[in-house]
Design a protein around this ligand. Structure first.
Ligand code: ADP
Ligand code: ADP
Length: 230
């Protein structure tokens, strides 16, 4: 199968008593190339653990994660070709906006002129045209997350993993940004897994919503289908 496949995956953690428990408990999910899937569920339902396991940041205790049919077990984080974006965009504070966005391109040794072209294109895409020279410390929270999005899209990851990327922002801003994230993912044809506990956000960004509870999937459907259920 093309794209991402999560097959019967278990992710374990040790709780405060030292007991081993499953944060993700035998979960199966496929994400097709170009598709945006939202993982929606309450806090503690295992969304982050699943995302981290896909990224290679968390061990998979059972089952497997594959990309285009290739098992990713043993493939280190930086070799998976995936991008990560978190709630706190974790921008480099001492680089201007353009140099933050260009970071992954420099790692990939993309030539300077091509880099400049792609940085300008991405800043335009996230609504920050002309912000290249700005100091990141001078940006608002929403602007920072736009820069973080541009930076994570720049290396053209085959899969972008977003963990509550808008949760630190206020509601009005979240709504606007959710639409803009959706537009940026669509324009770049990026395959993505987007973790959120916010229904509206999931509906705004996703082609399909995977509803998670207690380490399991309850339902995986397009927003329109979920919308029409009681
Ligand atoms: P979500 O992202 O949906 O909030 P998480 O994946 O963060 O859920 O957590 C799922 C469950 O696993 C929760 O009960 C959480 O407390 C527990 N958990 C995950 N990782 C750890 C850890 N390192 N230490 C303790 N508990 C953890
Ligand atoms: P350094 O000077 O540290 O070597 P670069 O000049 O390589 O950094 O800049 C990093 C990237 O950001 C380059 O691709 C550069 O063209 C691009 N860049 C720098 N300033 C801007 C800007 N104002 N708008 C768009 N791209 C920019």
């Amino acid at each position: 199968g093309a794209g991402l496949r999560v097959e019967d995956v278990v992710v374990l953690y040790r709780d405060d008593d030292g007991t081993t428990k499953a944060a993700v408990d035998g979960l199966t999910l496929a994400v097709a190339p170009g598709e945006v899937v939202a993982l929606l569920g309450p806090s503690g339902s295992g969304k982050s653990s699943l995302l981290r396991a896909v990224a290679g940041l968390e061990p998979v205790a059972r089952g497997r994660v594959t990309w285009d049919g290739t098992d990713l077990a043993g493939v280190p984080v930086h070799r998976r070709g995936m991008g990560l974006m978190f709630q706190d965009g974790q921008l480099f504070p001492h680089r201007d906006v353009a140099r933050n966005v260009a970071f992954g391109l420099q790692m990939q040794r993309v030539p300077r002129a091509e880099r400049a072209r792609r940085v300008a294109e991405l800043l335009d895409l996230v609504g920050l045209a002309g912000f290249g020279d700005r100091d990141v410390a001078s940006l608002s929270g929403g602007e920072r997350q736009r820069v973080a999005l541009a930076r994570s899209l720049a290396p053209r990851p085959r899969l972008l993993l977003l963990d509550e990327p808008l949760s630190a922002l206020d509601r009005a801003l979240r709504e606007r940004l959710a639409d803009d994230v959706r537009a940026a993912l669509t324009a770049t044809g990026t395959t993505a897994l987007f973790v959120t506990h916010d229904h509206d956000e999931a509906f705004a960004v996703a082609d399909r919503i995977a509803v998670m509870d207690a380490g399991h999937l309850l339902q995986v459907d397009p927003p329109a289908v979920l919308w029409h259920r009681p």
